[in-house]
Design a protein around this ligand. Structure first.
Ligand code: SAH
Length: 295
């Protein structure tokens, strides 16, 4: 059977849109928002994360969907301590406690093959810096893959694809991913050529290791999972979700040191407030990130 673009599925039958295979959680969650939000997210996401719907097996697909109740992220690192803090607080901690996501951190040294737990060696090319060896990485990946099927094996690298909200949306619809953190001067090129499926950079600068990058990826992905944020709509109204920056926010007091909250926000007129928020979002994007409006 031909794969069906989910945009069409949603246009034809929004009810069926929740019955996708590994994208289910995502769409169950999105469906709670409203059709407009779903359409917006699909449009900005270029449909690339919602490929299949099996019209011939809706019941089976639904059962499969019900079963896939959480995401699993495995992180392979030479410095596990660097990850425990960032992943053990706030939304990402609660998501783990609620069983929405499982995050497993693996110490690469456990897969070293000598008694010194060596994971790096000198580069054949000479020059400074050590290189992470292929054997421990291959052993770690083989061990994980022998138990679970992974959708992506991501290597964090400054020369990878630039991480964006769109990519976070896509990855939040996968079930199992591995994130491999580099260290030292980098990894043996054969890891990149043969063992990983994707390389992601968090920005045009160089970090000491991939751990902080992995934490950023995990955070951005996990907060999109259904139930991770109690006010679910807020994940979809954040900056970048519709190629717009978020509008400004205000809370009490109405006036502080003579600095006032805009009158419109106190008017109680929901429609006008929505229009104001949209105008502000467009204006801020035009001023601060005009490139987004051209995408
Ligand atoms: N010699 C490499 C940099 C190595 S930095 C180069 O010039 O490209 C060591 C490790 O930190 C990398 O292997 C990568 O896993 C991680 N890292 C550094 N900067 C990163 C970035 N901007 N995004 C993602 N990972 C990064």
């Amino acid at each position: 059977m031909q794969p069906l673009n989910l945009k069409c599925v949603i246009l034809l039958s929004p009810v069926f849109s929740v019955l996708t295979t590994n994208n289910t959680l995502c769409f169950q969650s999105l469906y709670q928002y409203n059709l407009h939000a779903i359409m917006t997210l699909l449009l900005i996401s270029n449909m690339s994360f919602c490929p299949f719907f099996d019209f011939h097996k809706p019941v089976e697909t639904a059962i499969f969907a019900m079963n896939s109740t959480h995401m699993r992220i495995d992180i392979i690192t030479a410095l596990p301590e660097l990850l425990t803090g960032p992943l053990d607080h706030s939304i990402i901690k609660r998501a783990q406690q609620k069983g929405i996501v499982e995050i497993h951190i693996h110490n690469l040294r456990d897969y070293a093959f000598d008694k010194h737990k060596t994971i790096d060696d000198y580069p054949f090319s000479g020059g400074g810096g050590m290189v992470m060896m292929i054997e421990p990485i291959d052993r770690a990946l083989a061990d994980l893959k022998s138990r679970i099927n992974y959708d992506e094996i991501i290597f964090t690298s400054p020369d990878g694809e630039l991480f964006t909200q769109r990519m976070a949306n896509q990855l939040s619809c996968t079930e199992n991913i591995i994130i491999l953190c580099g260290h030292y001067k980098g990894v043996d090129q054969r890891v990149r050529d043969h063992l990983v499926t994707r390389e992601i950079s968090i920005g045009d600068y160089v970090l000491t290791g991939g751990e902080l990058a992995a934490a950023i990826l995990a955070d951005a992905i996990v907060r999109l999972l259904p139930g991770a944020i109690s006010d679910e709509e807020s994940a979809l109204t954040d900056s970048f979700q519709d190629n717009l920056l978020a509008p400004p926010l205000y809370t009490r007091p109405k006036e502080y040191k003579g600095w006032k909250v805009p009158d419109i926000l106190l008017s109680g007129n929901d429609k006008e407030i929505e229009n104001w928020k949209m105008d502000q979002a467009i204006e801020r994007t035009r001023l601060l990130r005009p490139d987004l409006l051209q995408e």
